[in-house]
Design a protein around this ligand. Structure first.
Ligand SMILES: Nc1ncnc2c1ncn2[C@@H]1O[C@H](COP(=O)(O)OP(=O)(O)OP(=O)(O)O)[C@@H](O)[C@H]1O
Length: 773
């Protein structure tokens, strides 16, 4: 039985009747004409021609208008509608907001900060973000809601001891009446006879307006590669070139600066170059391309000078000069490592999906351009690891040093990419924000515009196998997708020593994990609603555009002082399609990992992100991670203890999951409600019945029954009092610029990539597949 949430029904419907525009903002998918009876297809640059001078030509140029327009024209408008509703129900508050202007609001905001007093730093004094007029922290309706929930408390406490089965089953009942959009099904014309086309609406693939930019070649002396970043509004392709030993060993006169190495390399004729391409854009760099750059030598480029002059470059962490010869030997080692391990790197050892071997026949390409485009990212790493298709690899890997066969497809670009990307020297480094395993994030200032941005440097020094796949994915996706709830990548810039690549992102003052660790009180329900709405909106956008994030967690959710939440870190994200294919289960940070992943399901879909959102919602409400397991086994045990051990009845197919071999203890009850009572005398986080219903639906075991982002956006919780706080009224917090966020983190969840590495080592040593293997 579902928790009773009727207490607020009348007020909700009343609100809606007054202002139907209270509906949450919807973000239309960028493509307007969804294909019928076809797989979603990436609109290639062939399909979308943007003439030179188009406003979309450069993302950086287009950015302000795009975002401004989006927010101003649509989102704001709807927010106003929401405010209007609140005003209609709260005249006093409305008056305050309308008449106060800055000063009064400032007082309100300070009270916000005081109430949520942060441990470090004063009460907002150092806050450099926008200061909006603030009113009191708690919404007037909030208290009444909680007290309203009190009425149901006794009933709910009884329900909390009901067998979880009942609650989970009720989800499916409630969903029966709704059309589930869980796994969009697509098909080829060929498949039509197998699939009932029915009325399934295909989410349209993202539109990919062409805006072609190319970068200088970037030398990675560690892996003996030269990268060319081809940046389009919609797509980034990174071309990786390797050079043969002889050419590489040419001793440059006058020293061995990396710039000179670069110069020597560019001086080679392409016939002496062994070239491997990781190419994502079907015809990027077509000779007739208007943006095609005439070849220039590095000598004539400012980059040559910069490389020598940029030792003071604030972003150059890795010395490169003395290692010029090392990569020659390493190059050979790397290749042999690749051959023996056939690893595509840390991410996809077991990733069986998306592997499209590029053979000499065009027929072997996926027909679906969208699929191909993203899958080629995986393919790229595999290709780089294996150098070629599996069928060819045995014979050809052995004489890898003699040359890599040309991949089929469009003619190879033989131009020099010396224009397009700016240098990181055009930014002033302010401080380091965070350092992950594969990226370092800095706060920096654009010297020209004064704009403060975040620069994420792609770490390459740990890469044995070249450009990190996670970064390729992230750059590709973040440049393609535009949504107010997804962090915006403005451009890609290159390091002054030409050995690194940076993503220039909008700067966000906080991530939710670091922020919560400084807060004394958790977010209120109305604040959590505001955050969750934005989170569902961003996730819905991703899923509608066929992308799984696969690492949603509080440290990957950024918050600025305008109350805007944005999803970041797309390193683990990937394109998905239908029919589903097996993907690696080693995704999603352990604490946020869905049970189907923990139990070894080979196929999964958008529901894994929804589980993570359930964990996040609980964490926002309680300021504590919901399931903080130390190992996979511990994680699943913690889940079962709270939600009850699943069975075949509530989760058909459960018993066949590979991980269910283990004899789990049978926990009979769902105790989640105890953690989030409707009222509390113990300080537990309070959650209304409707809120609890949503949380339960997010944490539903059966992925097929788990709520979708779209359905979650329409959940009653967001329409009952306390209404979601407007972003303008969200509390602001002092930005703690000067401190690396990671060092401040108290509770760290195990990183899935680290986990994978550990497992690979275990696997190599013991040949086991882990606890569930
Ligand atoms: N645009 C941004 N503005 C401000 N801070 C940011 C931004 N992007 C990322 N950060 C900070 O950097 C941290 C790490 O970013 P991100 O997760 O993208 O890097 P990562 O190397 O992939 O990290 P991880 O190892 O946790 O996966 C975030 O948790 C956040 O604190």
């Amino acid at each position: 039985m579902l928790p009773n949430s009727k207490s607020n029904t009348s007020s909700t419907s009343c609100l809606l009747a007054q202002a139907p525009s209270c509906q949450l903002p919807t973000y239309s998918s960028p493509l307007t004409n969804p294909p019928r009876n076809l797989r979603p297809r990436l609109v290639s640059v062939q399909d979308v021609r943007v003439t030179a001078g188009s406003p979309q030509k450069h993302k950086a140029i287009d950015l302000r208008g795009r975002h401004g327009g989006y927010r101003d024209n649509e989102f704001k408008e709807r927010e106003n509608d929401r405010d209007y509703i609140r005003n209609g129900n709260n005249q006093g508050k409305n008056r305050v907001r309308d008449t106060r202007g800055g000063p009064g609001g400032g007082r309100g905001r300070q009270r916000d900060v005081r109430e949520r007093e942060v441990v470090n730093g004063g009460a907002g004094g150092r806050d450099s973000g926008d200061r909006r007029p603030r009113v009191g922290d708690r919404e007037p309706g909030e208290l009444s809601s909680e007290s309203g929930s009190d009425r149901d408390e006794s009933e709910n406490n009884i329900k909390s001891n009901e067998v979880y089965k009942t609650e989970n089953d009720s989800h499916s009942e409630s969903l029966n009446s709704k059309k589930r959009k869980f796994t969009p099904i697509v098909w080829d014309r060929d498949d039509k006879d197998k699939v009932n086309v029915g009325n399934i609406a295909l989410p349209p693939p993202p539109v990919l307006p062409k805006s072609y930019r190319v970068s200088p070649k970037v030398v990675n002396v560690e892996s003996n590669e030269v990268y060319s970043v081809h940046q389009e509004t919609s797509n980034v392709s990174i071309e990786i070139e390797k050079y043969d030993k002889e050419s590489y060993e040419i001793e440059p006169p006058g020293g061995a600066s990396s710039s000179y190495v670069h110069e020597e390399r560019l001086g080679l004729s392409f016939s002496s170059v062994q070239e491997e391409r990781v190419e994502y854009s079907q015809d990027a760099g077509r000779p007739e391309d208007e943006d095609y750059m005439p070849e220039r030598t590095i000598r004539s480029s400012r980059w040559a000078n910069d490389a020598n002059l940029s030792d003071e470059g604030e972003f150059n962490d890795a010395p490169v000069d003395n290692r010029r010869k090392e990569p020659i030997r390493r190059s050979v080692e790397v290749r042999s490592q690749n051959q023996s391990s056939s690893s595509e790197g840390r991410l996809s050892e077991s990733d069986e999906d998306g592997y499209r071997v590029r053979s000499t026949s065009r027929d072997n390409y996926p027909e679906n351009d969208l699929e191909k485009d993203y899958m080629d990212i995986d393919d790229g790493r595999r290709k780089y690891g294996n150098s070629r298709s599996q069928s060819e690899s045995d014979s050809e890997d052995q004489d890898d040093s003699q040359g890599t066969p040309e991949p089929p497809g469009p003619p190879q670009r033989s131009v020099n990419m010396l224009q397009g990307c700016r240098s990181v020297d055009e930014f002033e480094r302010l401080n380091k924000i965070d350092e992950g395993t594969y990226g370092v994030v800095y706060r920096a200032k654009d010297k020209k515009t004064g704009e403060v941005v975040a620069l994420k440097k792609v770490k390459m020094e740990k890469e044995r196998e070249g450009f990190p796949l996670t970064s390729l994915r992230e750059i590709n996706i973040l440049l393609s997708f535009h949504h107010p709830s997804i962090v915006d990548v403005k451009e890609v810039v290159v390091g002054s020593n030409l050995d690194s690549i940076f993503m220039v992102m909008e700067y966000m003052e906080h991530d939710l994990k670091a922020l919560m660790e400084t807060m004394k009180q958790p977010f209120s329900q109305s604040e959590v609603k505001c955050l969750m709405l934005q989170l569902f909106e961003g996730t819905k956008y991703l899923h509608e555009n066929w992308v799984l994030h696969r690492d949603l967690k509080t440290s990957n959710l950024l918050l600025n002082n305008r109350g805007e939440l944005k999803i970041c870190d797309f390193g683990l994200s990937r394109q998905y399609g239908s029919p589903l294919k097996p993907y690696t289960q080693l995704v999603v940070t352990l604490w946020y990992r869905a049970p189907e992943l923990l139990l070894g399901a080979k196929q999964y879909s958008t529901a894994i992100d929804m589980w993570s959102l359930g964990c996040i919602m609980a964490e926002l409400l309680s300021k504590q991670p919901l399931f903080n397991g130390k190992t996979e086994f511990d994680q699943i045990d913690k889940i079962f203890k709270i939600l009850g051990t699943p069975n075949e009845t509530i989760w058909p197919g459960y018993s066949k999951l590979p991980g269910v071999k283990v004899n789990f203890v049978k926990h009979q009850y769902n105790l989640l409600r105890r953690k989030f009572p409707a009222t509390s005398f113990t300080g537990s986080p309070v959650l209304s019945d409707a809120g609890f219903d949503l949380l339960n639906k997010l944490l539903t075991y059966d992925p097929e029954k788990r709520i979708t982002a779209d359905a979650a956006l329409n959940h009653e919780w967001f329409r009952e009092v306390p209404l979601p706080k407007s972003k303008d009224f969200m509390p602001t917090f002092p930005a703690q610029h000067a401190q690396d966020r990671r060092t401040r983190r108290v509770m760290k969840s195990p990183d899935p990539l680290e986990e994978q590495r550990r497992k690979e080592l275990q696997h190599a040593e013991f040949g086991t597949g882990g606890i569930f293997g």
